[in-house]
Design a binder for this molecule. Structure first.
Ligand code: AMP
Length: 395
């Protein structure tokens, strides 16, 4: 079966067409600036990529253009839409309602809508993508794969905040966690590479990218994770603050004369390593800055690695041990220096980095020495493949 994987944002839409038997990517691409003007980048495997500037007033037009490119005589990879057997949608927030992926029905759409409050920037966009595909491919079954679902196994003691309990009861305020598809994929793949049953492993997955989260996976189940009600909690990220003293919100709002909304914008868009360095949210730029002697660039990288190491320590404690630390996503897969910095705190776990193996970028590798009691690994994530697998499994 060929599965179209859709990841729909407020003004963008990423897609991949995956052959579920060979697990090969047949084509992938990105629609940007939807509702503004519109740009489509389409990369058919084995053919030249194409970039088209084209009017995209809404997501339905964008999906229509994607389907046109996929079946195009020159740039296409399938001869007709009949070849698409299913669509898998990434949905950010499934609340407590969705602990697993589901086949999309009108009831499911209503239940996703009910979670909009919890992810006001993401869920409405995901729903627009679902509705656009339903309109253009009404007979193709669709599956929703939630970022939060993998973490629904967390125990109450891990997901409850120290707030009045009624806020949990009335408003569902609790830790949900995100990047679940990635944490699930990477923890399973970690076990597979080691030839072990996930049930027999304690893994800490460090998903380090523009957004970063750490997850404790005990026996194949998420037992704790660093992101919370929203993806703002946890380690400092590209532009997000991560966990801070909540009193800072009021303090800064008063000092800078900002509204609550403006202050939250600072925490989401102007903080993290961007805020500390004042230079960039991109770890490559920070490395270049640090190499040229920019102290704040070096400091931003240090703060980030230190914070990741603190979560690793906390999760090793709550799982009463850890067998493997797996690094994934843009920074985790490609930045040996950040991995080295994080692992420099983990000698007490009997984890020693093999400096040569740690030079790896974007490839599966065990990067700890043979003598290490706790392993460190690089395991590239593949959320699209995971979504395609879930979609096929459900149908
Ligand atoms: P992601 O959100 O997983 O796509 O990760 C994006 C981030 O990964 C970028 O902002 C970069 O900071 C980082 N990144 C990507 N490639 C590299 C690289 N080769 N070296 C260091 N960092 C990288």
């Amino acid at each position: 079966m060929k599965v179209l994987v859709i990841n729909c944002g407020s003004s963008s839409l990423k897609y991949q067409l995956i052959d579920s038997v060979t697990e090969q990517v047949l084509a992938k691409g990105l629609c940007e600036r939807i509702g503004i003007d519109g740009r489509l980048t389409h990369k058919p495997t084995g053919k030249n990529p194409v970039q088209i500037s084209v009017d995209m007033p809404n997501h339905t037009t964008a999906v229509g253009l994607v389907l046109k490119e996929l079946t195009d005589e020159a740039n296409g990879v399938i001869s007709s839409l009949e070849e698409i057997g299913a669509v898998g949608h990434r949905v950010v927030h499934g609340g407590e309602k969705f602990a697993a992926s589901v086949v999309i029905t009108p009831e499911v759409i209503a239940d996703i809508e009910a979670c909009n409050d919890l992810a006001p920037l993401h869920n409405p966009a995901n729903l627009i993508g679902i509705n656009a595909c339903a309109q253009l491919m009404p007979h193709v079954p669709m599956v929703a794969v939630f970022d939060t679902a993998f973490h629904q196994t967390m125990p109450e003691k891990a997901y409850l905040y120290g707030l009045p309990y009624e806020y949990y009861e009335k408003y569902s305020v609790r830790r949900y966690g995100f990047h679940g598809t990635s944490h699930s994929y990477v923890s399973k793949r970690t076990a597979q590479i080691l030839g072990k049953d996930p049930k027999d492993l304690k893994v800490i997955v460090c998903h380090l990218g523009n957004g970063s989260s750490i997850c404790a996976v005990d026996g194949g189940k998420s037992v704790d994770t660093s992101m919370g009600l929203t993806p703002l909690e946890g380690v400092p990220m590209g532009t997000r603050s991560g966990g801070i003293d909540p009193a800072i919100v009021e303090f800064i709002a008063n000092k800078e004369d900002l509204t609550l909304e403006q202050t939250m914008n600072v925490l989401n868009k102007k903080s993290g390593v961007q805020g500390i360095s004042g230079v960039s949210s991109d770890f490559r730029d920070l490395q270049a800055g640090a190499d040229q002697g920019n102290k704040r660039c070096a400091l931003a990288r240090d703060v980030f690695a230190y914070s990741v190491a603190k979560y690793v320590g906390a999760y090793a404690a709550v799982m009463n041990g850890v067998d493997v630390i797996s690094f994934t996503a843009g920074v985790g897969e490609n930045d040996p220096d950040i991995r080295k910095k994080v692992c420099s705190y983990l000698g007490y776990l009997g984890l020693w980095l093999d400096e040569e193996k740690n030079c790896v970028r974007g490839k599966e590798e065990i990067i700890s020495t043979a003598q290490s009691k706790t392993l460190a690994m690089v395991v590239p994530t593949n959320e699209e493949l995971a979504i395609a697998r879930e979609t096929v499994a459900l149908l």
